[in-house]
Design a protein around this ligand. Structure first.
Ligand SMILES: Cc1cc2nc3c(=O)[nH]c(=O)nc-3n(C[C@H](O)[C@H](O)[C@H](O)COP(=O)(O)O)c2cc1C
Ligand code: SF4
Ligand code: SF4
Length: 262
């Protein structure tokens, strides 16, 4: 059986869980979710997509990918929405888009990992992070069994009030996300290394006079800010004093493979 996983990640959480899943599933290919603007055909019996929840819904990058995804009939499709405890209606949103494309979603799981959204406080204490990693590893074993046995069931979702309220906020904020990079700025620690440009999954950064400039088609994945070795990228005023977060088992080299795949 041919299995392919496509992952989108800002700070490595989704990449880490996708790797763990690939290990459990065995003989599975794991690829970064490409930036596609035309039909993208995937030949496989089972296809999984793994991505972070952003502002209680799907990131644009994921929407674009599934809009262009071409699968052969009867391909078994499943998804993991990686989040910090509030998946809300993200997997329902995904299921809806998939069903308009006549691509039924067999399984949709929420996987809770530390928050990478440092403007709102970030990942929490190390002990809590460790517990989340352990729980996610246990969950991924159950997910792999369900995928291997071809299960189909309702996608996971948050409480009803979150699904209603947060989906509304998602709808209102969605079209503004691309311009939220206007709040990014770079301090004097920047040495012009260009790593921020390379880790950006949607090529939203160019270097001008050896400093990053943002091009306003941002996804807010925070990869640039979190992977900058000098911690020179800031959002607003608060992040100057906040610790950065990246999944502890994901390296910069892993992230740069994405740029090499382009
Ligand atoms: C812009 C932004 C918005 C986010 N919104 C949510 C959210 O609505 N619900 C949630 O539980 N986590 C939210 N998060 C946290 C991430 O989903 C979570 O940390 C995830 O594990 C990050 O995965 P990654 O490392 O693969 O990018 C958000 C993170 C970012 C950067
Ligand atoms: S990664 Fe950091 S130090 Fe390197 S160019 Fe970007 S902002 Fe400057
Ligand atoms: S500019 Fe930064 S936050 Fe925006 S998509 Fe690129 S890496 Fe992510």
């Amino acid at each position: 059986m041919k299995m392919r996983l496509f992952v989108y990640t800002g700070t490595g959480n989704s990449l880490w869980i996708a790797r763990r899943l690939a290990q459990e599933l065995k003989e599975t290919t794991l690829e970064f979710m490409p930036n596609v603007s035309k039909n993208f055909t995937v030949e496989a019996d089972r296809v999984g997509i793994i991505f972070p929840v952003h502002i209680w819904g799907l990131p644009t990058h994921v929407i674009q990918f599934i809009d262009h995804l071409q699968l052969k009939p009867k391909t078994y499709l499943f998804a993991l929405a990686v989040n910090a405890g509030q998946p809300a209606a993200t997997l329902l949103q995904l299921q809806k888009i998939m069903s308009t494309r006549k691509l039924p979603l067999a399984l949709g799981y929420s996987v809770v990992l530390p928050s990478n959204y440092i403007p709102w406080g970030g990942p929490g204490p190390i002990e809590t992070q460790g517990r989340l990693f352990r729980e996610a590893e246990e969950k991924v074993k159950a997910i792999a069994n369900a995928v291997l046995s071809g299960e189909r069931k309702k996608v996971e979702r948050g409480p009803l009030w979150q699904n209603i309220l947060f989906s509304l906020i998602y709808k209102i904020s969605f079209r503004h996300v691309c311009k939220m990079d206007k709040k990014f700025w770079v301090d004097d620690k920047c040495n012009g290394c260009g790593i921020c440009l390379k880790v950006c999954p949607v090529q939203n950064i160019e270097m001008i006079n050896e400093r990053p400039a943002w091009l306003h088609h941002c996804e807010q994945c925070l990869a640039c800010l979190q992977w900058c070795p000098q911690e020179a990228i800031q959002v607003g005023e608060k992040t100057v004093k906040y610790l950065r977060y990246r999944h502890p088992e994901v390296t910069l080299k892993d992230m740069l493979e994405q740029a090499n795949q382009r």
